[in-house]
Design a binder for this molecule. Sequence first.
Ligand SMILES: [Zn+2]
Length: 61
Amino acid sequence: MVQWRCFQCHEDMAETIVELEFSGVEGSAEGIKCPKCEVKYLLEDIVINKVFPAEAELSYK
Ligand SMILES: [Zn+2]
């Protein structure tokens, strides 16, 4: 799988379950979490470029 990194501190993100609440209905979804700043993203957030693959960072330098 692709290794994601946090857009803020560039730590490797870990897969996690993100808890959600919409209109008082609780649920959870697949996501990723930064072990450093503990920010969490849903996988659907990745689509809008809040995080990026490690490979992209290598070519960015
Ligand atoms: Zn972070």
